[in-house]
Design a protein around this ligand. Structure first.
Ligand code: SF4
Length: 384
């Protein structure tokens, strides 16, 4: 049994290859952005402990000195060091100012714990650590509150799918006596706003299943590099198979014009663009055909014809019925189950089964019935 953390899962999703390299390297490494985030969150929790638990007043100087102390504690772990960390430090200070403005947004009498951590058992036998910044409880409702330094704003419906928060909600439901409902609250220190969302029935359990799937993939998956803006901060870039060819050319036009790989990718890209143009043209032609089809139906109906004749073909007009099911199938699935029709009408999710077998996370007996064939594929992405 392994204990997984949200941080580890996030790092793995950022780049599985970097995650694997980090887990083999000696020591602990964070990015400059992570250092700022940790410094702000440590400082907020230290301030909240003094303010809420001991009833002390937190001045701006107190809050900033907590931040600087925490920054100094985490900064030695930063690798690679940024050319200039001042922008990040100023941003962290602004987050502390916004924390001070947000202080009065909840009733301190409702706060039950600050910086608490629990664990949840995953269906695949592992555990996940669930940290909660502020835990509040009022009546029979718990509120799990997180401080976020990320400047991005998201809608409440997008936030309600936040997997980590749904697991915090699940932990609260299972560990707080008398807790019957949970609200999730995000304090965005980058923008100075806060958002709340209630937990929908069944959502926390779904999140547990999702995390179990991710953890199974983390264990089984060959760690493929995943390129993103983060590569600029990755210490493995010089040996990363995703970057080697690009780095060997170093953007040199002479080397690029002589390189076999560059020639092949250029040709591949050109062919892909022609295919895309054909598909766009096909969509336009299909839309035009459908519109002419509507005119044929109108003509046939107006004249009482079942078929309309042209020079080179004949169009048969039929009035059929198309069934549209609601996007959210929950009610239909429940009704089918109630009426014992579900097994007759449902079918296995074959794309998911194929994907699980390919990732090596499917049941071994089921997987042994499939043939796994090596396929070489090229995924082309325009870079300019
Ligand atoms: S350079 Fe990018 S793709 Fe390669 S290991 Fe680092 S983060 Fe992953």
């Amino acid at each position: 049994m392994t204990l997984y953390t949200f941080d580890g899962i996030r790092r793995h999703r950022r780049c599985p290859y970097e995650y694997r390299m980090d887990s083999r390297a000696p020591g602990w490494r964070i990015t400059a952005d992570e250092c700022m985030d940790m410094a702000v969150r440590d400082a907020v929790l230290a301030s909240e402990t003094r303010r809420v638990m001991r009833g002390e007043r937190i001045s701006r100087d107190d809050a900033l000195s907590f931040f600087w102390e925490s920054w100094d504690r985490h900064y030695p772990d930063v690798d690679p060091l940024p050319e200039d960390a001042h922008g990040l430090i100023r941003y962290g200070e602004r987050c502390m100012d916004r924390y001070l403005s947000a202080c009065g947004r909840y009733d301190v009498r409702d706060v039950s714990a600050i910086g608490v951590s629990g664990t949840l058992s995953l269906p695949n036998g592992h555990e996940v650590l669930v940290p909660i910044d502020i835990l509040m409880f009022h009546g029979s409702t718990a509120t799990v509150c997180q401080f976020v330094t990320d400047p991005g704003l998201r809608s409440a419906s997008e936030l309600s799918r936040d997997r980590e928060m749904r697991l915090r909600a699940l932990w609260a439901l299972g560990n707080i006596a008398g807790c019957r409902s949970v609200r999730m609250r995000w304090e965005f220190l980058g923008s100075g706003t806060s958002t709340e969302a209630s937990v929908r029935r069944g959502d926390p359990e779904l999140a547990l299943g999702e995390v179990a799937d991710i953890v199974s993939e983390m264990e089984a998956q060959e760690p493929l590099p995943r390129e993103s803006a983060h590569c600029a901060e990755c210490p493995y870039m010089r040996t990363c198979p995703r970057k080697l060819h690009e780095l060997s050319l170093a953007g040199d036009p002479t080397m690029m014009s002589m390189d076999e790989g560059v020639r092949l990718v250029d040709e591949y890209g050109e062919l892909q663009e022609r295919i895309d143009a054909l598909r766009r043209r096909q969509s336009e032609l299909e839309a035009r055909r459908d519109s002419v089809g509507e005119s044929i139906v109108a003509f046939a109906d107006a004249n009482g014809f079942m078929a309309v004749t042209g020079h080179s073909g004949k169009a048969l007009v039929r009035h059929e019925r198309k069934v549209e099911l609601p996007e959210d199938k929950t009610e239909i699935i429940e009704a089918l189950r109630r009426r014992r029709l579900y097994d007759d009408l449902s079918m296995p999710n074959y794309p998911r089964l194929r994907s699980d077998i390919a990732k090596g996370v499917a049941d071994p007996e089921v997987a042994s019935l499939a043939t796994v064939v090596p396929v070489d594929k090229v995924y082309y992405r325009r870079t300019r």
